[in-house]
Design a protein around this ligand. Structure first.
Ligand SMILES: [Zn+2]
Length: 196
């Protein structure tokens, strides 16, 4: 559903949360955190699965930071439990302007677990992934319906597609960021010396 607005995603996601936690959907606001609404590990698994089913998306298992740490290697983005300056730059590049205060000063990595459980963070993640789930079949224009696993099938001609996984998309974004933003900066002092 590539055309869903942020509000549409939020409304639908709020219903999923409310049903799973047996609370009123009105209690769910963009600034609330799933854990503050009473979600525990099993609830988070249920919410994840229900979100994937209803939005036809494949959510990542890891946060963008965890994936980035795998790509960058140890002690570059986080060191001794805190984000480094490079880590903050990456998060600021990825997250909306409004969330910038969350990445200022000393930022403990464990506090970011809370940030990643914010409803608006999920809504953005869902909306971003939904871009990759087509409404219509590329071959015949027929309606796409959910198929087995993370696949969609055209109801008219039967053509199947596999959904892009959130983790794969996150990894692509991180690699691109690494090549475009991080590596040129990290190599800058070395090339300056080489020129002299
Ligand atoms: Zn088709």
């Amino acid at each position: 559903m590539p055309d869903m607005t942020e509000l549409e995603v939020f409304d639908k996601f709020a219903q999923i949360i409310a049903k799973s936690l047996r609370i009123d959907a009105a209690q769910v606001t963009p600034d609330t955190h799933l854990t503050d609404l009473g979600a525990e590990s099993l609830d988070l698994i249920e919410i994840t699965m229900e979100t994937e089913t209803q939005f036809h998306i494949f959510l990542p298992d890891k946060s963008i930071l965890e994936t980035a740490v795998e790509v960058f290697g140890p002690d570059v983005l986080e060191k001794d439990g805190y984000l480094t300056e490079a880590g903050k730059r990456l998060m600021l590049c990825r997250m909306p302007e409004a969330d910038a205060p969350a990445f200022q000063g000393q930022v403990a990595v464990k506090d970011l677990q809370h940030y990643f459980l914010k409803v608006s963070t999920w809504v953005r993640l869902i909306q971003g992934l939904a871009q990759y789930t087509p409404d219509a079949c590329a071959a015949c224009g027929g309606p796409m319906v959910a198929s087995m696993g993370f696949r969609m099938k055209c109801a008219k001609c039967g053509q199947e597609i596999t959904l892009r996984s959130g983790e794969e998309l996150n990894r692509e974004w991180v690699r691109e960021y690494y090549d475009r933003e991080y590596r040129p900066q990290a190599e800058a002092p070395v090339s300056a010396v080489a020129v002299q």
